[in-house]
Design a protein around this ligand. Structure first.
Ligand SMILES: [Zn+2]
Length: 343
């Protein structure tokens, strides 16, 4: 019985040797994928290009490089009677890579997360000194917003590698509100890509007992000019108001969903230490002028002594950043898995 098994195995190996894994020549692969080829016969190096994707390969080298970032191991590429024969696993990887790229293009996704630390430079924001017998706590809102924003930036940068994470300021510098809005509105994205804007602040009140975090978004009935007149052809200008309303409703839904997710993220992180003051509506300058889903966070009252004590501790600021981060991640998952809330 064993002899029979061995013979069958040998027969199988023999058949495999007759039909090697190299089955397709490069030109048919290029035609099949509707791609283009840049070939340097001197070095035996080629680039297969399709849309904005590029795959580099080299004769005799057992790997290919997709978009200059992802390396895939393959069997060797060989030359046979003037033809370049690509191994099966290379054809498959290329096909799947192009397919994935195409899909990415069509599926709505969050491409950019813009974090805007409030105040800075000559504008300290809220400022408070708490004195007790044995200690003195001095807090500037501009420092807290920057600290939390930087931690949030690092967290997002670490895990959202397919997205651009941008800080409007990364040092103690003064930025006008108009400049912050300008940074946000000048970001260019593809038609299926969205940006979210997160403005970070801390609160102060004459009521020293007030404490907790709040998440603000633009009032639901607020209407802005979101579509630029100049970008719409002359004969389609009459539909601008309709497009504008649709886009406003989309941004409102996204902003509220984002606000809710961040509030829940914060509640999970710091709910036992401070209060959740809920979601609120207000037409803050940065929120009403950025043409994208946006929220403004008030992460605690520096005028409240207990909260000031928490805020003077970096580990608490990390908790706040983690809460915001978890909320943003929840929102991204919801947005991308429902194809921009259309599913
Ligand atoms: Zn502020």
């Amino acid at each position: 019985m064993d002899i029979l098994k061995n013979r069958l195995l040998l027969l199988f190996i023999f058949i495999l040797m007759q039909f090697p894994l190299h089955t397709e020549d490069l030109i048919s692969l290029i035609e099949k994928e509707k791609a283009e080829l840049l070939w340097d016969s001197l070095t035996g190096t080629g680039i297969i290009m399709k849309a904005d994707s590029e795959i580099v390969f080299k004769l005799g080298v057992p790997w290919i490089l997709c978009d200059y970032s992802i390396k895939y191991n393959i069997d060797n590429i060989k030359r046979d009677r003037g033809k370049i024969i690509v191994p099966d696993n290379m054809s498959r990887i290329i096909h799947e890579h192009f397919l994935k790229k195409e899909k990415e293009k069509e599926t709505p996704r969050i491409a950019v997360i813009l974090i805007d630390p409030g105040h800075g430079g000559k504008d300290p924001g809220a400022y408070y000194v708490h004195k007790s017998k044995d200690q003195k706590i001095i807090l500037y809102e501009k420092d807290l917003t920057l600290k939390v924003s930087r931690i949030l930036y690092e967290l997002l940068k670490e895990t959202c590698k397919d997205k651009d994470i941008i800080l409007t300021r990364s040092t103690d510098e003064y930025l006008k509100l108009e400049e912050r809005v300008e940074i946000a509105n000048s970001i260019k994205t593809g038609s299926h890509e969205a940006i979210v804007y997160i403005s970070i602040h801390f609160n102060a009140s004459f009521n020293k007992k007030a404490k907790g975090f709040e998440v603000w978004y633009l009032p639901q009935n607020y209407r802005r000019t979101l579509i630029d007149d100049n970008e719409v052809p002359e004969d389609e200008k009459d539909i601008i108001p309709i497009l504008n309303t649709l886009l406003e409703e989309e941004y409102t839904l996204e902003s509220i969903t984002l606000a809710r997710a961040i509030s829940q993220g914060l509640l999970a992180q710091v709910g036992e230490l401070t209060e959740e003051r809920g979601l609120k509506e207000e037409s803050w300058f940065v929120v009403r002028n950025t043409r994208m889903p946006s929220v403004l966070l008030e992460l605690g009252f520096i005028s409240n002594k207990d909260e000031a004590l928490l805020l003077s501790n970096d580990s608490y600021l990390k908790k706040l950043a983690k809460g915001v981060y978890n909320g943003i991640c929840t929102f991204i998952n919801q947005f991308e898995s429902t194809k921009g809330f259309t599913k």
